[in-house]
Design a protein around this ligand. Structure first.
Ligand code: NDP
Length: 286
């Protein structure tokens, strides 16, 4: 039987998720239909789209910009949230809470939210052979993307974390909030600084800012070095990666993170494990 999935966003025409999930389904030899779903940018429309989809027999939905926080709010009031979604304050994967359904809860009240973005990043980095255990990591940015990766990085056993942001107060507030949200996050073990003051040697530096969209460049200190630089953005010229590549540093862009988070959603929905390396190689070659 065909299993139905959607990705909800605004805009949504650019989304690569249908292509990615079609490849996963091919690997798993299952029959799926995965469609892009445009939604007007308001909470009532989002809720209506989600309810219609799941009432119509849908199995799972991905959620992208600008709906990740709205999806979080929907799930708080209904079927619950995973720890990663709770700490991220955002949901990128929707499914139904089967325990609630079995106890007679209506479909609309059984919506459950997960967030696979951060674990997708962790899985991509480790799949490329970069160990996170004990690594000294600098994370640049304090917005939604940074927020979603902090718990998975800490759970992966990193040795030290510095969060740098253009607006320093947003980084310190983020650390305060996250340490309140999760016992795993100890605010005293995380350093914060302004991006322009980030300096020294790290194992991994991750760019989680949206600067790539603006064409601006980050003010990177001349004495800032790392073994591996990662930009969560993908599919365009990334000055952050060019800066480190010019220093003979290994670099990656975030396309593998996108595939990694999609794989975790797919596994959650269907129970089939994805060969992410093979999928990334196939999709990158297209
Ligand atoms: P937000 O708008 O929530 O946060 C933006 C961040 O970028 C803030 O820390 C902001 O700093 C910083 N920033 C923006 N402009 C500048 C600038 N000119 N100079 C310095 N810092 C700047 O965005 P998100 O966190 O949601 O997204 C960040 C990026 O992550 C996006 O490019 C997105 O595409 C990518 N992403 C990739 C994913 C993947 O699967 N590969 C998944 C999710 C996100 P300040 O606080 O000072 O404003």
């Amino acid at each position: 039987m065909t299993q139905h999935f959607i990705v909800i966003g605004n805009p949504i025409a650019h989304s690569k998720s249908p292509e990615i999930h079609a490849l996963f389904a091919e690997q798993a030899a299952i029959d799926i239909r995965y469609q892009r779903q445009y939604c007007p940018d308001d909470a009532a429309s989002f809720t209506a789209v989600v309810e219609a989809f799941f009432n119509g027999g849908g199995i799972g939905a991905n959620v992208t910009v600008p709906f990740k926080q709205i999806a979080y709010d929907c799930c708080v009031a209904r079927g619950g949230l995973s720890e990663h979604a709770k700490v991220a304050g955002a949901v990128n994967t929707l499914l139904l809470n089967t325990a609630l359904l079995e106890s007679g809860t209506p479909i609309a009240d059984a919506l459950y939210g997960d967030n696979t973005d951060g674990q997708g990043l962790v899985n991509h980095i480790t799949s490329l052979g970069w160990p996170l255990k004990g690594a000294r990591v600098a994370l640049i940015g304090a917005g939604g993307a940074a927020r979603g990766v902090i718990l998975p990085l800490i759970q992966a056993g990193i040795g030290a974390l510095t969060i740098a942001n253009r607006t320093l107060s947003k980084a310190t507030n983020l650390v305060d909030e996250l340490s309140t949200a999760s016992e795993t996050i100890d605010k005293h073990s995380i350093e914060t600084c302004a991006t322009s003051e980030l300096t020294g040697q790290f194992d991994i530096i991750i760019n989680a800012t949206s600067i790539g969209l603006s064409g601006d460049t980050l003010p990177l200190d001349n004495d800032l070095n790392c073994h591996y630089a990662y930009d969560m953005m993908y599919g365009r010229t990334l000055p952050f990666l060019q800066h480190f590549a010019a220093r003979d540093t290994q670099t990656s862009e975030g396309y593998g993170m996108l595939i990694g988070q999609a794989a975790l959603s797919f596994e959650r929905w269907t129970g089939h494990t994805v060969d992410v390396t093979q999928a990334t190689n196939t999709l990158s070659g297209r």
